[in-house]
Write a protein that binds this ligand. Structure first.
Ligand SMILES: Cc1ncc(COP(=O)(O)O)c(C=O)c1O
Length: 446
């Protein structure tokens, strides 16, 4: 079982808490195993003590406290200790990647990728506009210009059909983001990159253990990045990883991550002292965080099957409502195995999306939207972004709503969410002849 909360729901007895003081709350979701870390009147919907169904709750895996204690007892609190090595080994073996390096965030892993590719001022990097700012910032920090591509109307992933029109002699790399952990069209993207001698960096923040044509996401690009932020399927609060698929980058990646020194070589006995050999920064997380992460990675099968169940319950129970209301549910092509990272609805309009968020909020349920188009952000406009450049991104950004989704979302809480959503009636029907987002995600003929 994933946690005490779920065990309770499934009728198992509560064992006494080993660590910390129990916090008893009178609320519909029962026993809270978290310490009170938020003020009582907080509008931060992560806590459950006021009966609110949060958008996300971090998972505390069965062995979390044991491993945290072990990490402390090991007296190795800095990076690259025993738990970091366990995470590296597990991920390298499971994914079949030559080198995995835990980082302090996916943002840092992306910045390492930009350094490894030696991206310089004047270079261009093709990125989706519908993504988190870090996908782009990492390259902008090195002086590159982001070239924004729109996303596909079905998977909301980088639209591979646009790539040829965006490439120039200055293009250095393309960064596919596997939105919701559903794979981008990697066959086409890799072929495009090979034609133009570009590097592919997969931003796989959402997609650990997702697959494209039977192969793990994150194993296709020369480099790939993972996020272990609190909202991800596997998390240690703040964390990430760089997956190095092109072995030529391994040695330098180790140096960049260790402040530009050859410290790793020193620890392996390959040099008798370590020194400053390159640029770099401190990209490695504490072994205490790695302990937390390892407690979850070990349970990957249970975590993924739990998330699959939650995702499928939403999909099945919202299907007829969605059809009747003209609301689109997520699309995952048959050749993509998704890791069930998030569940979204695409409402007919911004007004409908906001009205549903307000209805859910009034019933104590937290739902959120997602990325704002980066090409229309303050920074994006400085790179020439204009309204209408990425019409699918612009429409999706206004209309997408994410429902509560976390490992120990109880069946009762999920039913409350589903019933509230099903009670909602849209003001405007989706999918008129001029709507760029068709109801099945197919492309509208130009
Ligand atoms: C697509 C994408 N890339 C990168 C990041 C940054 O991840 P992190 O918070 O681990 O730096 C996020 C954050 O959620 C993301 O959604």
């Amino acid at each position: 079982m994933l946690s005490r909360r779920l065990r309770r729901e499934e009728g198992e007895t509560n064992k006494p808490r080993k660590h910390g003081t129990p916090v008893r709350r009178e609320n519909p979701t029962g026993w809270c195993r978290y310490f009170r870390t938020y003020p009582a009147a907080s509008t931060d919907f992560r806590k459950e003590d006021n009966g609110v169904i949060p958008f996300n709750r971090p998972l505390i895996a069965e062995k979390a406290y044991d491993y945290l204690r072990q990490a402390v007892d090991n007296m190795h609190l800095s990076g690259d200790g025993p738990f970091t090595r366990k995470c590296h080994a597990l991920l390298e073996e499971e994914l079949g990647v030559p080198k995995v390096l835990l980082t302090t965030s996916c943002t840092d892993a992306l910045e390492m990728a930009a350094l490894l590719l030696d991206v310089r001022p004047g270079d261009e990097v093709i990125v989706p506009s519908f993504t988190f700012v870090s996908t782009v910032n990492a390259f902008v920090l090195r002086g590159a210009k982001p070239v924004f591509a729109d996303v596909r109307p079905d998977t909301l992933n980088l639209d591979e059909n646009q790539l040829e029109a965006l490439v120039t002699p200055r293009t250095r790399a393309v960064v596919p983001v596997h939105y919701a952990g559903v794979g981008c069209e990697l066959d086409a993207i890799l072929a495009f990159a090979a034609r133009h001698s570009l590097a592919v960096v997969e931003d796989n923040a959402h997609g650990l253990f997702g697959k494209y044509r039977g192969r793990y996401l994150g194993t296709f690009g020369a480099l790939a990045t993972q996020s272990f932020h609190e909202t991800k399927n596997f998390s240690c609060g703040e964390g990430g990883a760089l997956l190095v698929n092109d072995a030529r980058f391994i040695e330098r990646a180790e140096v960049l991550r260790e402040k530009g020194t050859n410290r790793n070589r020193f620890f392996r006995g390959q040099v008798d002292k370590y020194t400053w050999v390159d640029v770099g920064s401190s990209f490695l997380p504490s072994d205490v965080l790695a302990a937390l992460l390892y407690s979850q990675l070990e349970m990957r099968t249970q975590i993924q099957s739990r998330r699959k169940k939650i995702w499928q319950t939403y999909a099945e129970q919202l299907q007829d409502w969605a059809v009747a209301q003209g609301v689109r549910l997520p699309v995952a092509p048959a050749h993509c195995e998704q890791p069930y990272h998030l569940f979204y609805l695409l409402l007919p309009s911004l007004e409908d999306r906001q009205a549903l968020i307000a209805l859910l909020r009034a019933r104590g349920i937290c739902s959120v939207f997602h990325y704002l188009p980066l090409h229309l952000s303050v920074m994006g406009k400085t790179f020439g972004g204009r309204e209408g450049d990425c019409p699918v991104t612009e429409a999706v950004s206004d209309r997408l709503l994410r429902l509560p989704f976390y490992n120990d979302l109880t069946a009762a809480d999920q039913q409350s969410v589903i019933e509230t959503v099903r009670s909602f009636r849209v003001a405007r029907r989706h999918g008129g002849p001029r709507d760029i987002l068709t109801l099945d995600g197919s492309r509208r003929a130009a």
